[in-house]
Write a protein that binds this ligand. Structure first.
Ligand SMILES: C[S@@+](CC[C@H](N)C(=O)[O-])C[C@H]1O[C@@H](n2cnc3c(N)ncnc32)[C@H](O)[C@@H]1O
Length: 370
């Protein structure tokens, strides 16, 4: 049986603790409206502390807590010994995460993996640990801390904070470059096969993954379509640890380093642009699309794979990504009309939008009639 420390429990009548649940007796005195108002206020306070959740996830990832629990539950004291940390502080952090469904504590004060915590393990299929380490790194955190400045000026904070535009900075900082490439690969891994399965690729021909990073999407496309061959195109450092070199794909791919503003490999039947256009403002996005247009084989298609947020107030992961783009780079998540404008300026026209089981959609375009 759990013997919780009495100090673990918030005092429900302590108004200095606005996140405390209302005490049962309060229901008899407080009106329903006041209770509802309080719940909204408490939620806003909790959300204002969202950076702590991000920091706690980062701590769990850095300390490999999920890996240490892979063999079975352990107490905070055991985990502290394994990670060289303070047991009391570690338990407090773990309990915070458990309140969000990442780890769970049992009656013997031992912590277990939960489905969410499984994703923090290293080296398991679908691991998101590298994505968490990227998304909670200083490159994201310090840029988003200056969001007010970004909104005032209409310019991303990243260049001001780090001294160079995002992709220029990566050129000169190899450790951050590797963090970004492994992070993007992990971020994309859970969606790559779902995206590959959501589009009717032709039976044969060449697929060019433009700004394809380590090539996760191209790999899944080629695995699903044995008649296709692929070209993975990106800046040279991104290609170094690509994922195409497997027996199943032997002889069906090549990598090509280059600058998509100058040109992309010629003769592609399908050009993939996944999470690429959203990095760039309109003028730059048009240059990338024009490069693809110049390369297109007759009858070829360009697939823009990004989140296309729907109108309305429903939450959509694309909205957070959109704000992240605002702080880091000059791009944004675009709706169909905005993409149509880019296509029109690039000699392309939209043919259809295909949903995927992920938050990203596939926007297909082809050469516009001359
Ligand atoms: C956000 S990542 C997307 C990676 C991959 N498509 C994915 O979905 O995981 C953007 C990619 O664009 C590449 N990139 C940036 N500038 C480039 C340029 N001028 N030429 C070619 N690739 C570039 C980056 O190296 C990076 O791999």
């Amino acid at each position: 049986m759990d013997t919780p420390n009495p100090t673990d429990h918030p005092n429900p009548t302590d108004r200095a603790n606005p996140t405390a649940p209302p005490h049962p007796t309060e229901h008899t005195t407080a009106s329903d409206a006041a209770t509802a108002t309080h719940a909204v206020a408490a939620q806003l306070i909790e959300q204002s502390l969202g950076h702590l959740y991000s920091a706690a996830l980062r701590t769990a990832a850095l300390l490999h807590l999920a890996d240490h629990l892979a063999g079975g539950p352990r107490t905070a004291a055991e985990l502290a010994q394994l990670t060289g940390t303070d047991a009391v502080f570690l338990r407090r952090c773990l309990r915070y995460l458990a309140g969000r469904g990442v780890f769970s504590e049992d009656g013997n004060a031992a912590f277990h993996l939960t489905p969410a915590a499984q994703f923090l393990r290293t080296g398991v299929p679908g691991s998101l640990r590298d994505a968490v380490l990227m998304l909670t790194d200083d490159i994201f955190v310090r840029s988003s801390a200056a969001l007010d400045e970004t909104v005032r000026t209409g310019a991303p904070a990243f260049p001001k904070v780090f001294g160079a535009p995002f992709f220029e900075y990566l050129k000169d900082h190899s450790a951050t470059r590797a963090l970004f490439d492994t992070g993007m690969a992990a971020f994309s891994e859970p969606v790559d096969d779902l995206v590959a399965g959501a589009y009717p690729f032709p039976g044969e021909g060449t697929v060019v993954d433009v700004g394809g990073g380590r090539g996760g999407l191209l790999r899944h496309v080629l695995l699903r379509h044995p008649g296709l061959s692929g070209v993975l195109f990106d800046q040279e450092p991104a290609l170094r640890d690509h994922v195409l070199d497997t027996a199943e794909l032997a002889g069906r791919w090549r990598t090509e380093p280059g600058d998509f503003f100058a040109a992309v490999p010629d003769g592609g039947d399908v050009y993939l642009l996944k999470h690429v256009l959203h990095d760039w403002e309109d003028e730059a996005a048009v240059r990338i699309l024009r490069s693809c247009r110049r390369g297109l084989a007759p009858g070829g298609k360009v697939l823009v794979i990004d989140s296309v947020p729907a109108p309305g107030n429903a939450p959509h992961p694309g909205r957070a990504l959109d704000v992240a783009m605002m702080t880091l780079v000059t791009g944004k998540e675009r709706g169909p009309k905005e993409l149509d404008d880019l296509f029109a300026r690039s000699g392309l026209r939209r043919t259809r939008i295909l949903p995927t089981p992920t938050f990203a959609s596939i926007v297909e375009a082809e050469a516009a009639p001359e």
